[in-house]
Design a protein around this ligand. Structure first.
Ligand code: NAG
Ligand code: NAG
Ligand code: NAG
Ligand code: NAG
Ligand code: NAG
Length: 459
């Protein structure tokens, strides 16, 4: 799933007349009835059929509309979050530990299971990409909600590449004229420290993706445009200067947390694929998987060389390369060979995502998703490594479909799962809802809690 931009925080909204929509607010899209007028300095920008957003004029040039083709997981890229207040000073953070029993030790693997201090560690979790963009008390609230549902693991993002410095939220790398500067300022890596500290206080382990395939929050395309202006999206995987720049970033980010037990795993990217914004892969990217496989070997070995403590995975959607593909996620189009990637020794576990409605399976979404789980559980057994369904989402019929899929996870033997995505109601209102967010007061939350308990019971 694309990490929407709407979780970003701004100071600009404070004095805005109500008739105008604030920065990052929704200003259009199918069924939208609110104000289409955006505050000064922002423009109402069409992201897709369902969603237009007030985006600062300075960044509209970098926004790419998600492709409308059903062949991607880019459904609505975001929906409006209310605008948060700036992060308070670090002294206002007062984590209330709810669990300290397992805050020692690193999560490891043991065959197809994860393990912590000699016991099975069960990945029953959620995504919450926006955490570092929030204030310390709001981060606390989010983790309290997640712990309240009995979840153990949260996947979030360890990237935000910008080309203009910002005085809100969190970004970790500023790109100017082909040079990247790691952000150690007030809106930089210290914000991620807060996420880690709060996760630890709540007994939660984090899975952290280090770059985005998508152009939300910077991503691969920023590296390419800064370092190889003639490059295409996939140049990210092969250009030696870009690989060196990404390794420098990894060294700064991962190196900071080498001894941090609250981190469970690093991921090489969120949803790497060959194709760029045109949707058409360049001839230089092997859609049957060798380009990204080679890159995954290089980057995972690099992470292991600087951080022997943490697990490493790709963060991909888990596409197969089958000779007679029943549907296109099993066909050689997208540059991922799940089975072959799982053989890479410096990758500890496999990841896959499931958005059947967005992948052309909307008429058969539930059954297709069940088979997708079973097929990845089979690959898990063959490789004898853990595999997790680390993102899944439906826009329709969530309760029935998720109930079925969570049951399939347990019965198939799949190691674990993380829903896309947990929502919380924070000091300034609900976190972004892209149509998939589940909130503590909603109907899915208790089903999620029951499923987490069932998975823990299975082990
Ligand atoms: C980037 O390059 C432009 C044009 O050469 C120059 O005006 C600007 O000062 C440079 N910015 C930085 C941060 O080096
Ligand atoms: C990019 O392409 C242009 C036009 O072909 C060429 O003049 C330029 O040297 C190229 N730049 C790089 C960095 O390769
Ligand atoms: C991590 O712990 C090791 C062993 O105690 C130590 O040598 C190293 O400096 C630590 N690294 C960081 C980044 O704190
Ligand atoms: C990868 O990113 C490109 C450019 O932002 C986007 O067009 C493409 O759909 C993305 N593919 C995914 C999510 O796999
Ligand atoms: C639905 O998906 C399942 C699993 O992939 C498949 O066996 C079945 O044939 C599909 N049904 C239809 C109508 O496409």
């Amino acid at each position: 799933m694309t990490f929407g931009r709407s979780g970003l925080i701004s100071l600009l909204c404070a004095a805005v007349a109500l008739a105008q929509s604030p920065i990052w607010a929704q200003c259009g899209g199918d069924g939208f009835t609110g104000s289409t007028d955006c505050v000064s300095g922002t423009a109402c920008t069409v992201l897709n059929t369902w969603f237009s957003q007030c985006i600062p004029v300075s960044v509209t040039s970098t926004i790419q509309s998600p492709p409308s083709s059903p062949s991607t997981s880019s459904v609505a890229s975001s929906t409006p979050s209310s605008v948060s207040s700036p992060p308070p000073s670090p002294t206002s953070s007062s984590p209330q530990p709810t669990s300290t029993a397992n805050d020692e030790g690193f999560v490891t693997t043991n065959g197809q299971k994860f393990s912590l201090n000699g016991e099975d560690y069960v990945v029953a979790g959620t995504n919450a990409y926006w955490l570092a963009q929030e204030s310390d008390p709001d981060i606390e609230t989010a983790f309290e909600d997640i712990v309240g549902a009995g979840l153990t693991t949260v996947r979030t993002m360890g990237f935000n590449d910008v080309t203009t410095p910002q005085e809100w939220g969190a970004y970790y790398q500023l790109w100017q004229n082909g040079t990247a500067t790691f952000n150690t300022g007030a809106f930089g890596i210290s914000r991620f420290d807060s996420v880690v500290a709060s996760a630890k206080a709540h007994g939660i382990r984090l899975i952290v993706a280090l770059v985005n395939n998508w152009s939300d929050f910077g991503g691969m395309d920023v590296y390419v445009s800064q370092l190889n202006p003639n490059g295409t999206h996939d140049t990210f995987y092969t250009d030696e200067t870009i690989i060196a720049a990404y390794e420098t970033y990894i060294n700064n980010f991962v190196g900071r947390y080498v001894n941090e037990t609250a981190i469970m795993a690093w991921e090489l990217a969120n949803e790497p694929r060959c194709a760029g914004s045109t949707g058409t892969p360049s001839a230089n990217c092997d859609t049957t998987g060798s380009t990204i496989n080679t890159w995954a070997q290089t980057i995972s070995a690099y992470i292991k060389s600087i951080d022997p403590n943490h697990l490493v995975a790709i963060g991909d959607e888990g596409f197969f390369q089958e000779a007679n593909p029943p549907t296109y996620p099993y066909a050689p189009y997208l540059g991922i060979d799940f089975v072959k990637n799982l053989e890479i020794p410096t990758l500890d576990f496999g990841t896959f995502h499931s958005y059947p409605e967005s992948w052309g399976q909307q008429d058969n979404a539930s059954a297709w998703g069940t088979q997708w789980i079973i097929d990845h559980a089979t690959a898990q057994k063959n490789a004898n490594k853990p595999v997790i369904m680390e993102e899944f989402g439906m826009l329709d019929n969530q309760a029935d479909t998720y109930t079925g899929w969570w049951s399939d996870v347990v019965s198939s033997g799949l190691t674990g799962d993380l829903i896309w995505q947990a929502g919380s109601v924070l000091s300034d209102g609900p976190t972004p809802d892209d149509g998939y967010a589940v909130y503590p007061t909603g109907t899915i939350y208790p089903i999620m809690a029951t499923a987490a308990a069932a998975l823990k019971q299975r082990g």
